[in-house]
Ligand binder design. Structure first.
Ligand code: PMT
Length: 281
């Protein structure tokens, strides 16, 4: 299983290395979950729909990147999520279509399918569910990206649990409900330092910072940059995450606001330029 997983990533990267100037982005997306039992019935969830990750993948693909998409099983998927949202309108239009009329929604749906088919071979999708599975796979993918040097970008949009129950403290069977439950959670070690300094030390690394208090957002982004020494932190607030983000580097803070289009279009076009600069630095 592990070997198959590593082989698939290494083959994808080896193909990309051969293509001159080919860039590859690792996009992580969706929330991790933490099991509370070994034969797990109950989990603690980190909230994330995976929409940010899925829409960002579409933008990387449009700009010529190949993409490894490490996503929470069942969360949003590039193109398919938008297709599902359009499905109802599409079905209505199908009936209209039989009478010989086409509409703009019908056109949107067909365009999404065409886009998906066009980019399918540039996309390697890998699933995770638990925190442990996410961290194990994140490490393997980052290590496999090393031969690409600066052509690799790591874009960490997944929502990763800061707390977990270590394996040796997990009860084997379902916790019984006859008594009240007191949970002791341990802090998950921060992995960003490993990503930026070891696993993907030569890549362009973008992490995310999610907060609910806007007064601390910029300072937390700056702190992450100084702690982990990577290139960019994208800051966002839970309530407004689809309307505003900030792009923070060691020398600048840029506000990005959504217009009528998805904010990921502007966000990825800015990061694209930064990655180009990084490659020539
Ligand atoms: O999916 P959506 O509903 O569209 O929402 C998008 C989003 C809000 C989830 C996304 O934009 C976002 O902000 N993702 C990061 C959320 C998060 O985990 O933030 P954090 O402050 O807990 O962690 C900051 C960074 O440290 C993250 O890049 C994370 O990958 C990393 N981390 C976290 C925990 C840990 N133990 N080790 C880490 O390295």
């Amino acid at each position: 299983m592990e070997k198959e997983f590593i082989d698939s990533i290494e083959a994808f990267v080896a193909d990309s290395v051969k293509i001159p100037d080919q860039k590859v982005a690792l996009v992580t997306s969706g929330g991790t979950c933490v099991p509370l039992e070994k034969h797990a019935v109950r989990y603690l969830e980190n909230f994330s729909t995976g929409r940010r990750g899925a829409l960002s993948v579409e933008q990387f693909l449009t700009r010529g990147y190949k993409v490894i998409f490490l996503y929470r099983d069942g969360s949003c998927f590039p193109y398919l999520t938008q297709m599902k949202n359009n499905q109802e309108k599409f079905l209505k239009n199908l009936i209209v279509g039989r009478n010989g009329r086409t509409t703009i929604d019908d056109h949107n749906f067909t365009k999404l399918i065409e886009e998906y088919k066009k980019h399918e071979s540039s996309l390697l999708a890998l699933k995770f569910m638990t925190l442990q599975e996410y961290l194990r796979k994140l490490r393997l993918v980052c290590l496999a990206l090393q031969p690409l040097h600066k052509r690799a970008a790591v874009y960490l949009a997944a929502a990763v649990s800061d707390f977990y129950v270590p394996d040796d403290k997990l009860p084997l069977h379902k916790i019984q409900s006859s008594e009240s439950l007191a949970l002791t959670l341990e802090r998950t070690p921060k992995m960003l330092g490993h990503v930026a300094q070891q696993w993907a030390f030569n890549a362009f690394v973008v992490s995310f910072k999610l907060e609910t208090d806007e007064n601390i957002l910029i300072s937390k982004c700056r702190l992450a940059l100084s702690n982990y020494g990577h290139q960019v932190v994208v800051g966002n607030l839970l309530e407004t995450r689809y309307n505003n983000v900030i792009i923070v580097t060691s020398s600048s803070v840029v506000n990005v606001n959504a217009t009528s289009e998805n904010i990921e279009i502007k966000l990825i076009s800015q990061l694209y330029l930064m990655h180009e600069q990084f490659m020539t630095s």
